[in-house]
Design a binder for this molecule. Structure first.
Ligand SMILES: [Zn+2]
Length: 823
């Protein structure tokens, strides 16, 4: 389980906590808005690259003021961003940001879609993003979402050129533009048509121009309108709703203030019939677009004008009639869409509550699971439950649901051995470099997997049957937080993992590690495990297994710097299978996230010479650097506000600050004198990157001489690294650093480089991204008193956990900078 340690996170918690899994309830005001929405047959799809790119104010305005069906298609799940609330990176960060986006959509009323594109980190060009994503694969997904969603208007956040500021941003606009045409062409991605979609031509595609980051692309001759209006039915203006939605992007630190009053949004045509005056100019947005729909329009007008705030159930007979009339219409997209909306309204107007929960967060294949049913109809006189259907259990009944009386019952159902593990669908297959691989076309575009169990409740209201679907959820009551709903996760009979999961094997090292297995089912007897590696290391079992812990030893057998992975197998009915490791990410603003990985022990064979022993580590926004330092043989002491004192610092050969420490700890500013005195007395203070931009830009003094932190980076992880000071100790002692040490890096070389540094700093490297000028601020070092001060944007926080040998050797040299006997 994840323990929340960041103090910033506490600041970000708002008073209106979202227990996002609790089933929603509806006020009459919300019902009235939905009733009105029945008469709007229009849809708009917003397209950008990442969670947080979307214009939540505009989307809330579309969804709740104009009552359009509104969608946001994000190319990626934001896997490559920075995490302000914990140490999750990559796919784990993508899992968090997916749920943050879902939480935001519950507030602004839009629907969420994704392509299979992986956010591989900052990209300077469209071309690079397209190449790594495999353009055709992602274009197919954008086309697929358009064909499913059938938007009348497509809105891009970004332009197709470098004004977008990020190669993935401009790529999202290029893909949206190409897909606008391709989705209408039956000869493009024709295989999709087998899955129930048809070619779709949106009326127009526009770019929602912006004025931020010192870049104003709006102008008064562009189509513009005010989205800052106040909605009295909701009691908020769209600037307020947008802030609540956007502030759920907590891992990005995107909490924003609620804005009120006029807010103009600007649009410029990209393709399709240009709009004049109104974005939906020339588009029929009412029932006139459906054959035979005129009558429906009038019925809905009548329902809206007769709606009773105090007795919403009085609308139910009218809604039932409406439902029957819509059923008579010819088959079509809007018929199905509006039937779903009417079903929800009937349920909301009758204050129907259908719930199925269980008292455990995890269910094991082969065990049985208790389903607790809890049903109540709080307003209507004549409702009954006719049928309940769930995997392997299907009951027909005819049980009246008496007004405002609870009906409960329970049932135990076996979980079959063949039940799939609960896994986010995009992580089921191994991924490619820049995209996920999904076997089931029907899942592509979906924000998340279906729940482990879905229950179909067929209820009869005034003789009309409806089937409403609910997920099975884990429900519990916490003495502090109150009632909590969480997902239910299906887990295998045995789970296993390596402890630690990363071993650094220095020259002639042998290191112990443990295999920890856990019986998840009472039917499992002995667990037989086996560890295999690919040959650079010898792995041997040592001693016996007890309480699920087996001891192993890894011996290095190769001389070269290598990375190897050992796999964990376990006996599954007589055959050795890859074990599954259960990983859980738990934060309060989103539902618990579980996923499975094949356990891997990363074995890093690296010749690392170290000097110095004790390191003080100031925890920053969250990274795994301290664990890597321990693997190198250092003793690491964690430092915080209280123990950064002159006396305590004396013991350390080096003090290292974690990533973005100055962004997240305001108190670090007050430690400046203490840290500089430590350096002056012969210490070595190493500052890893901090950001220069929002949410918390660093204005603090960090080093002994001036430098600024710039938003400058080297995104090409293969970029050539030139040694501008080849004789500098950092490149020679105790390890001789060569170009080989910069092989096999991942994602990037460095971010947030030092800039405008004082001449007392020495710049060690010069690096250059394709087509750009060289940068010299990745690693700067200064003498101060008898010690050293270092600022580095080199991404040690990525490369060390990834096991890159050269990153370990360079870090050892930085730590050795103040070693007295060296020179
Ligand atoms: Zn973005």
């Amino acid at each position: 389980m994840k323990i929340i340690v960041s103090s910033l996170y506490l600041l970000l918690l708002t008073s209106t906590q979202v227990f996002s899994q609790a089933p929603p309830t509806y006020t009459s005001a919300e019902i009235l808005l939905q009733l009105k929405k029945l008469n709007t047959l229009a849809s708009v799809l917003y397209v950008a690259a990442h969670p947080d790119d979307e214009n939540t104010r505009l989307m809330a305005y579309f969804a709740k003021e104009k009552l359009y069906r509104t969608g946001y298609l994000s190319m990626t799940r934001g896997d490559g961003g920075q995490n302000l609330i914990g140490d999750e990176q990559g796919i784990e960060l993508g899992l968090i940001r997916t749920q943050e986006l879902m939480a935001a959509r519950r507030i602004d009323g839009a629907e969420q879609f994704f392509t299979r594109a992986y956010d591989f980190g900052f990209s300077k060009t469209t071309e690079e993003a397209m190449r790594i994503w495999e353009k055709d694969k992602i274009l197919a997904d954008v086309v697929w979402v358009i064909r499913r969603f059938q938007p009348d208007v497509i809105v891009t956040r970004f332009p197709e050129d470098s004004r977008a500021g990020h190669g993935q941003h401009s790529a999202s606009a290029v893909l949206a533009h190409e897909a606008f045409k391709a989705a209408a062409d039956p000869n493009v991605f024709p295989e999709q048509l087998k899955y129930g979609v048809k070619p779709w031509q949106a009326k127009r595609i526009v770019w929602n121009t912006f004025n931020f980051g010192g870049n104003n692309t709006t102008s008064n001759d562009q189509l513009n309108f005010d989205v800052g209006v106040y909605n009295p039915v909701i009691g908020k203006s769209y600037g307020e709703i947008a802030a609540e939605s956007r502030s759920l992007h907590k891992s990005q630190g995107f909490g924003v203030a609620r804005s009120r009053g006029q807010q103009l949004e600007f649009f410029t045509p990209v393709e399709g019939t240009p709009a004049s005056g109104n974005l939906f100019d020339g588009i029929n947005t009412n029932w006139g677009r459906v054959t035979g729909g005129e009558k429906i329009q009038l019925m809905i007008d009548q329902l809206v004008s007769s709606f009773s705030i105090t007795n919403p159930e009085k609308s139910v007979p009218g809604l039932l009639n409406l439902y029957k009339e819509i059923l008579k219409l010819p088959e079509g997209f809007w018929k199905q869409q509006k039937l779903k909306e009417v079903e929800s309204l009937i349920e909301e107007c009758s204050a129907l509550w259908l719930e199925c929960t269980t008292n455990t967060p995890y269910a094991t294949r082969g065990d049985s699971l208790r389903f607790n049913f809890y049903l109540i109809n709080r307003l209507l006189p004549n409702v009954s439950i006719k049928r309940i259907a769930v995997d392997g259990f299907d009951t027909t009944m005819n049980q009246p649901l008496v007004t405002n009386r609870v009906t409960t019952f329970a049932k135990s159902i076996p979980v079959p051995l063949t039940k799939p593990l609960t896994q986010p669908y995009w992580l089921e297959n191994d991924m490619s470099e820049g995209s996920f691989n999904v076997s089931d076309q029907a899942l592509i575009g979906n924000p998340e997997s279906k729940p482990a169990y879905e229950i179909g409740f067929t209820v009869t209201i005034d003789g009309q049957d409806f089937t409403l679907t609910r997920p099975l959820q884990f429900k519990t009551t916490d003495p502090v937080k109150g009632e909590i709903y969480q997902p239910l996760t299906i887990i295998p009979e045995v789970t296993g993992r390596f402890e630690p999961a990363l071993l650094v094997l220095n020259s002639n090292d042998a290191k112990n590690f443990e295999v920890i297995t856990r019986k998840q089912s009472k039917y499992v007897n002995g667990i037989k495990t086996s560890v295999v590696n690919t040959g650079n290391v010898n792995v041997k079992a040592e001693g016996n297994t007890s309480n699920g812990v087996s001891n192993y030893k890894a011996n290095r057998v190769k001389a070269n710097n290598e990375i190897d992975d050992a796999r964990l197998l376990f006996n599954n009915n007589g055959k050795m299978d890859d074990a599954q490791e259960l990983r859980t990410i738990s934060y309060e603003h989103i539902p618990r996230i579980d996923y499975f990985v094949r356990p891997k022990l990363k074995l890093v064979i690296a010749d690392i010479k170290t000097v110095g022993k004790r390191i003080g580590y100031i925890e920053g926004a969250g990274d795994k650097v301290a664990d890597a330092l321990r693997q190198m043989g250092y003793e690491v002491v964690m430092l915080n506000e209280r123990n950064i004192t002159p006396a305590n610092l004396k013991q350390f050969d080096a003090v290292i600050s974690g990533i973005r420490a100055y962004n997240v700890h305001a108190w670090l500013v007050d430690k400046y004198e203490i840290l500089m005195d430590y350096v002056k007395e012969g210490g070595n203070y190493i500052v890893q990157y901090n950001t220069s931009n929002l949410p918390a830009s660093v204005s603090a003094k960090i080093g002994p001489y001036p430098f600024v932190i710039a938003n400058k980076r080297i995104t090409d992880e293969k970029a050539k690294v030139n040694f501008t000071k080849p004789a500098h100790p950092v490149l020679n002692f105790p390890n001789k650093i060569t170009s080989a040490d910069f092989e096999n890096w991942i994602q990037e070389r460095g971010i947030y480089f030092a800039d405008k540094q004082d001449s007392k700093y020495e710049s060690i490297f010069s690096m250059q991204d394709p087509g750009e000028s060289p940068l010299d601020g990745s690693l700067i070092i200064a003498d101060y008193g008898r010690g050293k001060f270092v600022y580095t944007g080199v991404v040690f926080f990525r490369e060390l956990p990834a096991g890159v040998p050269g990153a370990y050797r360079l870090m050892a040299n930085i730590i050795a900078l103040n070693y007295k006997k060296a020179f």
